[in-house]
Ligand binder design. Structure first.
Ligand SMILES: Cc1cc2nc3c(=O)[nH]c(=O)nc-3n(C[C@H](O)[C@H](O)[C@H](O)COP(=O)(O)O)c2cc1C
Length: 341
């Protein structure tokens, strides 16, 4: 299945694995790229050395195009982007920041850049700054979707820019792919669907809980990391949403986070102080979030842990392999398209 996006990025199918901290790891990234899509490594929780090692691991598992994702406001993200550029990663996906320098350097070696956006203004800025495509992330999405649903957001962004738009948020099957194409997108990115596959590192208990949930079993909270973030309904998530921030726990966890990222804590803290009290609170919340997310992802503890998932969880009924997901999506999309007269 060809679109402007597949042609430009040299991939077989217009289907992308969204960057997901602790979930979009080399094995899952390579599986999506090997299945004909575009896998994107989440570098958020990785130090510079870990990012380089993960890029090299992906290269040992696939010779197909893949990408890395960097959330530019997070500590360590600029360094991770620089490592991606040094390693000449085929695709760099940036969000929450100005990525003109990434585009310039990636283009110099033939790489491509995708910006994640949630509104037309940011999409136009990303295009001006050299992005080759944008992910338009709608309200349905796990984690940081925008305030507008994919149904309205995608055509609005398609009309605002000339570069390919990839719809993200609420996509899990071939019907969704055809719907996105009908709205003017050139492909889809899926997080929740690929997070519930055989190759995903998420604990089986959490995968089974997601499969048992309904489309209504998510909500948006800013208490996880200081930004509006869609999470799975769980006792811990609902408690967190009501609680005020535990600064002592945040202080303790921030040491762990800075250590795991290889960024000196003082640098992280001073940076947060310079950027203002809101950023300090955001850092504090992110520090606490990491542990809560680990409980659900690594230990399958959906009572005390917090898990990121989109509304589309209610449509996930099994745990297929990545190749099976891709085959189903493409076959269903072709069948839906052939039904149009
Ligand atoms: C388990 C999981 C972890 C995620 N982690 C992050 C993250 O760390 N940062 C981020 O910006 N988005 C994260 N996302 C959101 C995805 O990048 C993507 O925008 C979203 O999953 C798309 O919507 P969908 O879930 O409906 O497919 C995560 C999503 C899931 C399901």
């Amino acid at each position: 299945m060809k679109t402007k996006f597949t042609e430009l990025f040299g991939i077989q199918y217009p289907v992308v694995l969204s960057g997901m901290s602790k979930v979009a790891v080399p094995k899952l990234v390579a599986a999506v790229s090997n299945a004909g899509g575009l896998g994107i490594l989440a570098t958020g929780p990785l130090s510079g050395d870990e990012t380089r090692a993960a890029i090299r691991e992906i290269r040992s598992l696939t010779d197909k195009p893949f990408g890395i994702g960097v959330t530019l406001i997070m500590p360590g993200a600029v360094e991770n982007a620089q490592i991606g550029l040094e390693e000449k990663v085929p695709v760099i996906n940036f969000s929450l920041g100005k990525g003109d320098w990434i585009a310039e350097q990636a283009h110099a070696y033939g790489g491509k850049v995708i910006a994640t956006v949630v509104n037309e203004r940011h999409a136009m800025a990303a295009q001006r700054h050299g992005a080759d495509a944008v992910f338009a992330t709608g309200y349905e999405a796990a984690a940081h979707g925008g305030p507008v649903t994919s149904m309205v957001l995608i055509p609005s962004i398609v009309d605002a820019v000339d570069i390919p738009v990839i719809g993200a948020g609420g996509f899990a099957d071939g019907r969704g792919l055809v719907a996105a194409l009908a709205l003017g997108a050139q492909g889809i990115a899926m997080g929740s669907r690929f997070s519930i596959t055989q190759e995903s590192p998420i604990h089986d208990n959490t995968k089974q809980t997601v499969i048992g949930n309904a489309i209504e079993d998510t909500f948006i909270t800013e208490k996880l990391d200081g930004m509006d973030c869609r999470v799975m309904k769980s006792p811990a998530a609902e408690k967190m949403d009501k609680a005020s921030i535990n600064l002592m726990a945040a202080l303790k966890n921030s040491f762990k986070v800075s250590k795991s990222l290889g960024v000196p804590w003082v640098k992280v803290a001073v940076g947060a102080l310079i950027t203002g009290p809101e950023k300090v609170m955001q850092l504090a919340r992110s520090a606490n979030a990491s542990e809560a997310l680990d409980l659900a992802i690594k230990q399958g503890d959906v009572v005390n842990g917090v898990h990121l998932v989109g509304q589309v969880q209610g449509r996930l009924k099994d745990t297929p392999t990545v190749a099976e997901v891709m085959q189903r999506v493409i076959e269903e999309a072709e069948s839906v398209k052939s039904g149009f007269s």
